[in-house]
Design a binder for this molecule. Structure first.
Ligand code: GDP
Length: 534
């Protein structure tokens, strides 16, 4: 941690905790690495490239396995920059693992949305954006790869507004693009920042800054770029949305920045404005009312569980987001859902690229705690006497379903243990047929690669080969109905009613048409796309 002497309140106020969301390949990893470079947590950039060259040597899902291995260090990263203490929550790049991302977003206070300037808003960005929107967190847009020829910046703003339905206001405007991308204009400060070419992004970019009216910029930019910039600024001032901090913090307006994570151009101006605009952790709602992060009472919730990260130790780590009070190593806390007192020894934190044992941590921080099998996603931990509970984290709708069983019935015990652990981790969702006496398990996943990982992990971690039979359903809804009764519920032909892990009724359907059909057949029925949480 920092050498400086910060008191508890300073520590809370200098925290910024955010997630980076993007469609794969937009540059999330590169941007994260550059943040670490600017924070001084790494000396030279370039590891992304080497990681990617390894990528082609292995099949896709093996790579995911490998990434899971390294995700211990990449799930959460902490680093310091200008007296800020920054926590970045990494999210799996592959869309098949997006449920993990949905949950991670619950632990973030804001999100950075990376968009490729030649592609605009892509599918995965759309889905992740919706989850951020649902949570009402501020969303910052970084339009990346400006060192390449891309779409017109005005067109990209339009794309964000039309596809995502959020208003945008550029804070940094690009000067030139492609090979001619030479700098950014900060509309807030009315300042031009020109980058000096040089080190291919391995080291911090040097720049010249100054007022736009300074004549030296006319010369440095050349007449055509200078004129273009002036006309762009004029157009933005007339036609664009005004910068409105309240609207940004409410998640209704996204500030937009342009840059190139590869060459570092625009990365630091973005980081600085981002840190300036975003707030420290805010009060969070619990069943006992709002909890102020600066309160002395420690509290937090588990948003992610990852098992068997180290095959030699078979360990299982629960990731805890601290919401209030100071955490100290070895402290005894109340596990609210289980009504048990537990001691948090050996807590870990993830600093830049290392895992370290942490002595103290503050609201906004994420710590990893050893889980002997007592934690569930959504559990609250808090100081001794308190019993407050944070709102749980819902299960999001899977899109693929299959029945599974152990190939060898002698292995049923290990099979059930593996399934139950993977379900607690949130790697899969498990359903049963109610009241039939049939012990068939049905598994739901957001992306099909999760099936392969399921098969692989059951074999490697639990020694069980499985039989899997894919089912034709593509939709699930959580059923809400007064006096719900399985036997009297009217089903369409191509649907089935099951029970989720908490014995809530769910319905699997083949298409949107059957959703309407079931609603028409059952008066007073409400169908939800996520499970309900307390
Ligand atoms: P992620 O999948 O979103 O994490 O994307 P990566 O950070 O792995 O980047 C995907 C590819 O785009 C890599 O080959 C990067 O080198 C490249 N890339 C990332 N940022 C930039 C950029 O600003 N400009 C250019 N030209 N390429 C970039």
């Amino acid at each position: 941690m920092s050498e400086k002497n910060f008191n508890f309140v300073d520590e809370v106020r200098r925290r910024r905790t955010f997630a980076i969301i993007s469609h794969p390949d937009a540059g999330k990893t590169t941007l994260t690495e550059k943040f670490l470079l600017y924070g001084g947590a790494i000396r030279s950039a370039g590891s992304v490239k080497s990681r990617r060259s390894q990528k082609h040597a292995v099949s896709d899902w093996m790579e995911i396995e490998k990434q899971r291995g390294i995700s211990v260090t990449s799930s959460v990263l902490q680093f310091e920059y200008n007296n800020f203490c920054i926590n970045i929550l990494d999210t799996p790049g592959h869309q098949d693992f997006s449920e993990d991302t949905y949950r991670t977003l619950v632990a973030a206070d804001s999100a950075v949305m990376v968009i490729d300037c030649s592609k605009g808003v892509e599918d995965q960005t759309k889905k992740l954006f919706q989850v951020c929107k649902m949570r009402g967190i501020p969303i910052f847009t970084f339009i990346n790869k400006m060192d390449r020829e891309g779409r017109d910046p005005f067109e990209l703003l339009e794309d964000i507004e039309n596809v995502l339905g959020i208003r945008s206001c550029p804070v940094n405007w690009p000067i030139g693009s492609g090979k001619e991308f030479v700098g950014v204009f900060n509309r807030h400060k009315n300042q031009v920042e020109l980058f000096n070419d040089g080190n291919h992004g391995q080291a911090i970019a040097q720049s010249t800054t100054g007022d736009i009216s300074d004549e030296k910029f006319t010369e440095l930019l050349g007449q055509s770029l200078h004129e273009q910039l002036l006309s762009d600024i004029e157009l933005l001032d007339i036609a664009g949305d005004n910068f409105d901090i309240d609207e940004i913090l409410a998640g209704n307006l996204t500030p937009v920045f342009f840059g190139s994570a590869l060459t570092n151009f625009g990365v630091e101006p973005f980081l600085e404005s981002f840190l300036d605009i975003t707030t420290p952790p805010k009060a969070r709602m619990s069943d006992l009312g709002e909890v102020n992060p600066e309160s002395d009472n420690f509290s937090g919730f588990i948003f992610k569980i990852q098992a068997n990260m180290n095959p030699a130790h078979r360990d299982r780590i629960a990731f805890l987001r601290i919401c209030s009070g100071k955490f100290e190593k070895g402290m005894a806390v109340n596990h609210v859902q289980q009504g048990k007192k537990i001691k948090l020894s050996q807590p870990q934190q993830f600093m830049a690229q290392d895992r370290v044992i942490v002595d103290s941590a503050y609201p906004g921080d994420i710590i990893g705690i050893h889980d002997p099998g007592i934690f569930n996603i959504g559990d609250t931990l808090c100081q001794d006497q308190s019993r407050l509970k944070y709102k749980g984290i819902p299960q999001f709708a899977p899109e693929h379903f299959a029945t599974i069983s152990a190939k060898n019935s002698m292995k049923r015990k290990q099979f059930l243990k593996g399934i139950s652990q993977l379900s607690e981790e949130g790697a899969i969702q498990v359903y049963k047929r109610p009241n039939t006496g049939v012990e068939e398990l049905i598994v739901g996943v957001v992306g099909v690669l999760q099936f392969e990982v399921l098969e692989y992990r059951l074999k490697n971690e639990y020694g069980v080969d499985i039989l899997m039979h894919k089912l034709p359903y593509g939709h699930i809804r959580w059923i809400e109905m007064e006096n719900f009764n399985y036997t009297r519920f009217s089903l369409a032909m191509d649907t089935v009613v099951l029970e989720d892990k908490d014995q809530n009724p769910v319905i699997l359907l083949q298409n949107e048409w059957s959703v309407r059909n079931v609603l028409e057949r059952n008066e007073g029925l409400v169908l939800r796309e996520t499970s309900r949480v307390d």
